[in-house]
Every structure is written in C-alpha cells, then in structure tokens.
Design a protein around this ligand. Structure first.
Ligand code: ATP
Ligand code: DGY
Ligand code: MG
Length: 445
C-alpha cells in the first residue's frame, strides 16, 4: 500500500511480519484516515473524540502543515453539506477541495507565499460567525507555512532568525518558543482571531513527546514557554547580541502568548489524531496477532542514531539470550527521532544508520531481525525511508565485498542497503509522526 518495493522485501527473512508492521504504522499516520476516524457526523451533530457539537451555524475548515491537504479532504468528506468553506495552506497548494481553498505556503523557511496564504486564511476567518464551528487541521511544517508577523516585525526577520537557530542546532521546543513571540498566530494567538464559539483542532504530531504548544508552534494551545525562555534561547545560540533594538523590544514587550487559564481556551478542543505512539500501537497489535509478545519500549527515542542502534541491539540480544524483558517470540518497538552527526560524504539518514549499527551489533544472530522507517518517507539525504535487516546482514555484505563499518563511518547507510536490496522505498508519504523501529526476536530453533 505505502511501501513501493514491498514484493522484494517480503522475500527477506521475517520480511512479511516486518513490512506488514511498517504498513500498519504508516496507515495509523495516514492523514486522511486519522481525521476521518476522529470525526463523526450524525445529521446536524458532530462527534469529535468523545465530544458532541450540535452545529447551529456553519462549519469551516482552515489549517496548515505538510499533511493539511489530506486532512482537509477527509473533513470535507465527513462534513458534507455542513462544510461552508475554508482555507488550508500546504507546501504545494493545489487549488480547491470542494468548498475549501488550498493555497501554497513556504517550507522550511517562511517567504512571500506563506505571507499571502496566511493573510488569506485570516481574511477568511473574519467572515466566521459566533454560532459557527471552526476546524483547524495542524501538522508538521505548520510553523513555516502559516505566519503573520506581530507589529514591528518583518517576515524576513522571522525567516532569518529561524534559519539561524536551525543552523546553530536549536531543538524544536527552543525554535518555536522564539517563533511564538514574533507571530500574531502562534502560541495560542490564533484563538484571538476566531470569533466562533467552538474551535476544534485536529493535530498530527511530528514532535517527540507531542507538546501541543510546540507542534506547528501551538496556534490554538496554551503556551508553556515564556518570553524569558525565548530570550535565553537566543542568548544560548549567540543570536541575542546580534539583534537590532527594534527586534529585541518585540521579545521584551510584544503581544504575549495565550497562557493556561486564559478564558479563550474554553472554546477549543485540541485533539491529536496521529502521533508516533498511535503508530507504534497499531504495529504492535498487528505483531501480537501474528503471535509475538509485543513490547513498546518508548515513543521518545532520541540520541545519536548509531548509539541508539547499539542500545536497541542490546535489548534484542538480552531477549534472545536471557528472555528479558520477555521471552521470544518477541517484538520490540521504539519510536522517536534520533540525530546523526554527519562526518562522511555518503547517502543515508538517521533510520538507516540506526539499522546499520543494529545489524553490526547483532551480527551472526539469525533469530534477530529489524526494520526502521522515517514515516515521512524520506530518510536524511537518501531516497529511501528505512531498511529491513537481520543478524545475517553483516556477513551477507562481507560476502559481497562490502565492509559495513566503512559504510557506517562514511554515513553511507543508504548505498549499503540499496546494494543489499534492503532499502525501504515509499516516496513522500504526506505525513510525519517521526521514526519507527521494530525488532523481532524468534525462539532459536
Ligand atoms: N548521509 C547521511 N547519513 C545519515 N544521516 C544524514 C545524512 N545526511 C543527512 N543526515 C541527517 O538527516 C537529517 C535530516 O533529515 P530529514 O531531511 O529527514 O529532516 P527531518 O529532521 O526529518 O526534517 P523534516 O521534519 O522537515 O522532514 C539531518 O539531521 C542529518 O543529520
Ligand atoms: O512546524 C513545526 O513547527 C514543526 O514541524 C513541528 O511541528
Ligand atoms: Mg524527514
């Protein structure tokens, strides 16, 4: 369904179970399905994640993010004639989805398209009535695709500061804490611009830990960060001293974000419709049905990819040798987002690098296999999403004259897996709930 070279991968040892589990993980993160499964319509009433809304006015669909188009499409289908219209911003912008306009924004750095599209979205919201319901579809990339600067800021200032923070290694909580101060719509401020009595945000999380105030900079969520924190971040990365007084003044005294306890929050329901854990759970159910004891180790895996690969290999090995944390047949699942400190000149990504390091560490153990996947479909600078491996990979490579360590050291994991016919190819999936890793440990026969 999602994996293009599925047939070839099915021929690998345990390929069927691994590929099946990856497909389930992707299906749980599918933007259309995630939205459609969380919103039900019965006549004039809507049920969203256990809450019922009787729509007295009209329903509107706005949103932004890399998955916004598919999310909006699902809403338009579910809402039917209740959907009055709306504006969603996507990286491509394809025209229309029924009554909803789909406009193009810029990613990963906001530019002129983002500004035009965002103004269009806010202009649309001006026509929304008090009895109306507004759906906001939110996904990764939303911070760059949707932006209107506060008084005194230019979009170019925001783009420069964001790009510089990314370059200097700020994490997403830090980066978005800064962005929220400069924006009229982030950090819950979008709620100030929506007159409707009910705002329902449907959210796909690409942030490890799912902080609502971080995903797309939390346009409809209470902000858990402060202006002091944002200033500390700028100082930490050596940017504060480089800013002109005009911009510093915005950080010190501009419009504040919406904080927990604000009365505005009473009208909003923020619902996560897809995230890493939901994908892991779906894969785990699939593997349980195949007879594996399935254990989700974490959905918050972080750290250097090759180190994470070794740690995960130790858990698989202890299951194989000592029956801990559980006896085989065992499935171990982990998700999150690792990092790679790139030193070599090869092609690869954090998922494939984790899998390569894992296969070196489980060398010779044929009863251990694993798969990894970047759910957005593109791992690092490679055309693959991940890889399928097992304890025989290192020897298989050596028999072909390939040294696994050399490929790891050159950050060339994709070339390695491509030569072995083990790269997982999906192309862009249109969603992102970070990365998924699955290891299977069989009984030794
Ligand atoms: N040859 C390589 N081998 C391993 N990792 C690499 C290689 N080249 C780049 N990377 C890593 O890939 C990461 C970028 O991956 P990617 O383009 O998938 O971005 P991302 O973090 O997933 O962002 P987005 O959320 O926009 O998709 C960088 O952090 C970099 O460390
Ligand atoms: O848009 C963003 O801020 C990132 O993708 C995190 O959600
Ligand atoms: Mg990516």
């Amino acid at each position: 369904m999602y994996i293009k070279n599925k047939d070839a991968l099915l021929r690998l040892p345990r390929g069927g179970a691994l590929v099946g589990a990856l497909e389930e993980a992707l299906s749980a993160a599918d933007p259309y399905k995630a939205v459609a499964s969380h919103v039900k319509r019965a006549g004039g009433a809507l049920e969203v994640a256990g809450r019922v809304y009787s729509v007295r006015g009209r329903a509107h669909v706005v949103g932004f993010g890399k998955a916004s188009e598919k999310m909006a499409e699902a809403l338009v289908d579910v809402l039917g004639d209740l959907a009055a219209g709306g504006v969603v911003i996507s990286p491509r912008g394809s025209g229309r989805l029924g009554p909803v306009e789909v406009v193009k924004g810029d990613h990963p750095v906001p530019g002129a398209d983002t500004l035009v599209a965002s103004r269009r979205l806010l202009e649309y919201l001006e026509g929304v009535g008090e009895n109306d319901v507004v759906f906001v579809v939110i996904s990764g990339g939303g911070s760059a695709l949707f932006e209107v600067p506060v008084e005194g800021m230019e979009l170019g200032d925001i783009a420069r500061i964001s790009a510089e923070l990314m370059r200097r290694g700020a994490d997403i909580v830090e980066l978005n804490a800064v962005r929220k101060r400069l924006s009229r719509v982030k950090g819950g401020k979008l709620l100030r611009l929506v007159k409707a009595s009910a705002v329902i945000s449907l959210i796909i999380s690409d942030v490890v830990g799912d902080r609502l105030d971080t995903i797309a900079s939390g346009p409809t969520a209470p902000d858990g960060t402060s202006r002091e924190f944002a200033i500390r971040v700028l100082k930490k990365y050596g940017i504060w001293g480089e800013l002109p007084p005009r911009i510093r003044a915005v950080f010190e005294g501009g419009e504040d974000t919406v904080k927990e306890g604000d009365a505005l929050l009473a009208k909003v329901q923020n619902v996560i419709v897809a995230n890493n854990l939901l994908s892991l759970r779906r894969a785990s159910e699939y593997l349980s049905a195949l007879g594996y004891k399935a254990v989700i180790l974490t959905s918050m895996l972080e750290g250097e990819a090759r180190e994470a690969g070794r740690v995960l290999a130790s858990v698989a090995k202890s299951a194989a040798y000592s029956g801990l944390p559980e006896r085989p047949p065992l499935a171990l699942l982990a998700g999150g987002e690792t990092v790679v400190t790139v030193r070599g000149g090869g092609r690869g990504g954090r998922n494939q690098e984790l899998c390569l390091s894992f296969s070196i560490a489980v060398r010779g153990l044929r009863n251990i296999s694993a798969a990894c996947l970047g759910t957005d479909g593109v791992d690092g600078n490679s055309p693959a999403a991940g890889a399928v491996v097992d304890g025989g990979v290192a020897e298989e490579a050596e028999a072909m004259g390939l040294d696994p360590f050399e490929y790891l050291n050159n950050n060339d994991s994709y070339t390695f897996f491509e030569k072995l016919g083990r790269a997982v190819i999906t192309g862009y999936t249109g969603t992102n709930v970070n990365d998924v890793f699955i290891a299977l440990v069989e009984k030794v026969i």
